[in-house]
Design a protein. Structure first.
Length: 193
């Protein structure tokens, strides 16, 4: 194989890797590929929207991916998980998502999402930036660094050192099984930051 055709194959492979296929763990392999890219392509990919195929995502499963150098989670919540989510002011610091910096307008609702069953969140603790663990059996995300707890809408519990809910990134549905992380639904524009 000539060096040109080798380069071509590599380019195709890296471009293809930006489309994430549903299923826990599959998307986690994206990051090493991105870190090996040439600077211009790497910075383009770091800010570019990421397409996520959720057609194989099962109830309770989580997909991990990277967008703008941040970990992003896509979780398919079960009926029980949705029932565990409430807006009880005694339990949460920002029960009604009043902090407008933590989600786009479309996610200022009980489930903090476009569709109740599909959750899209930045996996970054709002205390000091650790990565909380997903505990589907306990219906929460838990940050072991200093003990912050978040419900399955990313709402921070009272008593946690974190002060804000987990952030919802801009995203939209391209179709029933495809999410574009990094783009707003038609009516809303994405911040350039
Ligand atoms: Fe998560 Fe401190 S970084 S609790």
């Amino acid at each position: 194989m000539s060096s040109d055709s080798k380069d071509n194959s590599r380019r195709k492979f890296l471009t293809g890797s930006l489309s994430i296929v549903g299923g826990t763990g599959v998307a986690a392999t994206l990051w090493p590929f991105l870190t090996s890219m040439a600077p211009s392509a790497k910075s383009k990919a770091a800010g570019a929207p990421v397409k996520v195929d959720i057609s194989d995502l099962q109830d309770g499963d989580k997909i991990d991916l990277i967008w703008r150098k941040k970990p992003i989670w896509v979780v398919k919540r079960t009926k029980d998980m949705l029932e565990s989510i409430n807006t009880n002011e005694k339990k949460h610091k920002d029960p009604l998502s009043d902090n407008t910096e933590q989600q786009p307008d479309f996610a200022k609702n009980k489930f903090r999402s476009l569709k109740p069953e599909i959750l899209v969140l930045e996996g970054v603790c709002t205390h000091l930036g650790c990565n909380p663990a997903y505990n589907p059996d306990q219906n929460n995300f838990f940050c072991a660094c200093h003990g912050s707890k978040f419900d399955l809408a990313g709402k921070v519990s009272n008593g946690s050192p974190a002060g804000a809910n987990l952030k919802v990134p801009p995203y939209r549905f391209e179709d029933e099984n495809t999410i574009i992380v990094g783009e707003m639904p038609k009516e809303q524009k994405i911040d350039s930051a």
